[in-house]
Design a protein around this ligand. Structure first.
Ligand code: B4P
Length: 189
């Protein structure tokens, strides 16, 4: 299967992606992780990306899309994958659709993990990554609302969006995700 997770910062995309990857045997693709690794490796791209994510801004679409295009061409993506944190803008979603159309392998399912702002603020305060300070978190939430939320309409129109309540324990959230994934698998035969 080819699946996308959408949700505000701290919704638990990374947390749930690790579980779903094991459940379905998919390759896990986190653009946040790829960008942080590039930064730690000290590459030019990593330094450029860090200037955005450390300020709570989205990394420019062209940078992220070329990273993703390169990654999707690798053989471990042939059997299916799970995107966690990509796409984050409608422009990224359109670029992804163009790549997948050329491959003849469209997305099967987009899961939106919905969590109220207060829960997200609490979770990120206790995670403590360098981009988890109060000003940066507010900026990331604003960017989510302005740039990422429109994706929900985009995928709703394609008929592949399923919304999941992301509150409660990680096990409770995973059970809800499993349910929508199992439904999508049955529907696709
Ligand atoms: P990401 O790495 O994607 O991180 P995130 O959105 O902040 O967090 P996530 O939702 O994965 O939360 P997690 O499971 O860790 O992005 C980082 C930055 O990279 C972005 O701000 C952006 O600048 C850049 N970037 C990435 N992709 C990009 C793209 N496509 N385009 C442009 N820029 C891009 O959970 C958070 C915390 O909550 C953890 O501590 C976890 O343990 C806890 N938690 C999880 N589930 C819980 C639950 N049910 N109950 C209680 N706590 C829970």
């Amino acid at each position: 299967m080819r699946i996308v997770f959408v949700g505000p910062p701290g919704a638990g995309k990374g947390t749930q992606a690790l579980r779903l990857k094991d459940y379905l045997g998919l390759t896990h693709l986190s653009t946040g992780e790829i960008l942080r690794e590039a930064h730690e490796a000290g590459t030019e791209l990593g330094r450029e990306a860090a200037s955005y994510f450390e300020a709570g801004k989205l990394v420019p679409d062209d940078v992220v899309v070329s990273l993703v295009a390169e990654r999707l061409a690798q053989s471990d993506c042939l059997g299916g994958y799970l995107f966690d944190g990509f796409p984050r803008t409608v422009a990224q979603a359109k670029a992804l659709d163009a790549i997948l159309e050329a491959q003849g392998r469209p997305l099967d399912l987009v899961v939106s993990i919905d969590v109220p702002q207060d829960d997200v603020l609490r979770r990120l305060a206790s995670r403590g990554r360098t981009d988890d300070n109060p000003e940066t978190i507010q900026q990331r939430l604003d960017q989510y609302r302005a740039l990422t939320e429109p994706l929900l309409d985009y995928y709703e129109h394609q008929g592949i969006l399923r919304r999941v309540d992301g509150t409660g324990s990680p096990d409770e959230v995973f059970a809800r995700i499993q349910h929508v994934v199992d439904q999508a698998r049955q529907a696709s035969g």
